[in-house]
Design a protein around this ligand. Structure first.
Ligand code: ATP
Ligand code: MG
Length: 430
């Protein structure tokens, strides 16, 4: 196996490195190459009088962003990246890059997001972009671990479905042989059905598809949802799991991604502290009314402007709880003593919503009633309703957007920065 560039130290004496030509500087008698791989950068120093013909010829021919293999002697030198340089004995071009390139990897010329996404393979060579996806990988690792260590069963539910989870127009229709089908907008109904199967604690990390015609910095048409459902639990219990998971994930990233956070110039990566405040919906609306110009009243959805205003007031992660039943999905459990509000919650980052969840209605007849109240036809949900007639335990759960989690964790300005190949209204390629 190839040794990563980061592991090359002056004490190793000789080394072989393989990487991309990041930068070239020719100073006449001396030439400097910076070689890069996903772990870091090393300087290759060619003293022209001392180098072999073959090394000189390859160094002269090579273009930026070509892949090269260099072997030589490692020396300590203060001014070079990582405090070392490699003086080559061999310099071999493995794959030549065309020039000019569609995107400048060195970031001397800033590129807009669209240009970057068009050439994502080049964009992702940039250390700060690599770092985002290394952090995403670490976060997903921590999340998977958390669930495995806490007794959750990892499930996979269909993404091709016959009916909408919540009705509405958010679905992408697809041709399914001679029928119409849809790409699933959420694993909601399926994870609930597994409560009737007695699985007790399930999680799924998978794609969700939303055909909403958003053009915002926090919406994708294909996103990754981290979903759980837990039997014999109420909303309080799954909120505790959620805040615990957030803290665990941040801590793992802080401990395991020091170099990545440095690449992203995040000096003060803070692990949030649980418990997060629980802010009743009514109080959230009152805060928004004081702080934003647009009219907002009890019973309204919380707009993006309201989210930001309330978030500024709260200053950290928090939950909005006790929502009006009318503006939450039919499967959210109304409070017994006041059915006008329900046991639903949103987990908020000061910038935006990260997760929605609730204690669910587990009583068949109440569920049918609630489906009708939303103007939906219970007949279309028969496959979902049947399990509720044969012993459905009380249960609760939530769905957390992976991209928004990474976006807010790393303070990225656009959710598209947290996905390799984002899907939005205008982007289907690459
Ligand atoms: P919003 O109101 O912000 O559009 P939502 O309430 O429609 O979100 P939910 O259906 O509650 O979203 O989905 C649960 C979580 O999944 C959201 O809190 C979010 O983190 C993530 N999510 C949902 N839709 C999208 C999307 N279109 N793009 C990115 N993430 C999404
Ligand atoms: Mg929501």
């Amino acid at each position: 196996m190839r040794r990563p560039i980061q592991s090359v130290t002056p004490t190793t004496g000789t080394a072989e490195v393989i990487g991309w030509v990041h930068e070239v500087r020719d100073l006449g008698g001396l030439a400097f190459f910076l070689l890069r791989d996903r772990t870091g950068i090393i300087q290759v120093t060619i003293v022209k009088k001392k180098a072999s013909e073959a090394v000189l010829a390859a160094a002269k021919a090579v273009s930026r962003e070509s892949v090269v293999r260099v072997t030589g002697t490692v020396k300590a030198i203060d001014k070079a990246p990582g405090g070392r340089e490699l003086v080559p004995e061999t310099f071999e071009i493995l794959s030549m890059s065309e020039s000019p390139m569609p995107l400048d990897v060195v970031e001397k010329v800033p590129a807009d997001l669209d240009t970057r996404l068009d050439s994502r393979f080049l964009d992702a060579r940039r250390p700060r972009v690599t770092a985002v996806f290394q952090v995403r990988s670490a976060a997903m690792h921590a999340i998977n671990n958390y669930f495995e260590n806490n007794g959750f069963i990892n499930i996979t539910t269909p993404k091709i479905v016959a009916a909408a989870t919540e009705g509405g127009t958010e679905l992408f229709p697809i041709a399914y042989f001679d029928r119409e089908a849809f790409l699933n907008q959420s694993p909601q109904l399926y994870k609930q059905m597994m409560m009737a199967a007695g699985f007790e604690k399930v999680f799924e990390i998978g794609p969700i598809f939303r055909a909403e015609e958003h053009n915002t910095t926090k919406h994708l048409n294909e996103a990754t949802s981290i979903d759980i459902e837990v039997s014999f639990a109420d909303h309080h219990e799954v909120m505790r799991i959620l805040e615990d998971l957030i803290v665990h994930t941040y801590r793992h990233v802080k401990d395991s991604c020091t170099d990545q956070l440095a690449n992203l110039e995040i000096a003060d990566f803070e692990v949030p502290r649980a418990p997060f405040p629980r802010l009743p919906y009514a109080e959230a609306i009152a805060i928004a009314q004081k702080k934003i110009e647009d009219p907002i009243k009890y019973g309204d959805d919380i707009s993006s402007a309201a989210e930001r205003a309330i978030g500024a007031d709260m200053g950290g992660h928090y939950f909005i709880v006790d929502w009006p039943t009318e503006i939450r999905p039919y499967y959210a459990m109304p409070y017994e003593n006041d059915p006008s509000i329900c046991k639903a919650f949103d987990l908020m980052h000061p910038r935006m919503e990260l997760s929605s969840g609730a204690a669910r209605v587990h009583q068949h007849d109440l569920l049918v009633q609630q489906i009708k109240k939303k103007g939906l036809n219970p007949g279309s949900f028969e496959f979902y309703l049947r399990p509720f007639r044969y012993g459905m335990p009380p249960h609760a759960g939530w769905g957390l957007g992976a991209e928004r989690l990474v976006m807010t964790m790393l303070n990225l300005s656009n959710v598209r920065e947290a996905v390799l190949f984002p899907r939005d209204m205008h982007r289907l390629v690459p």
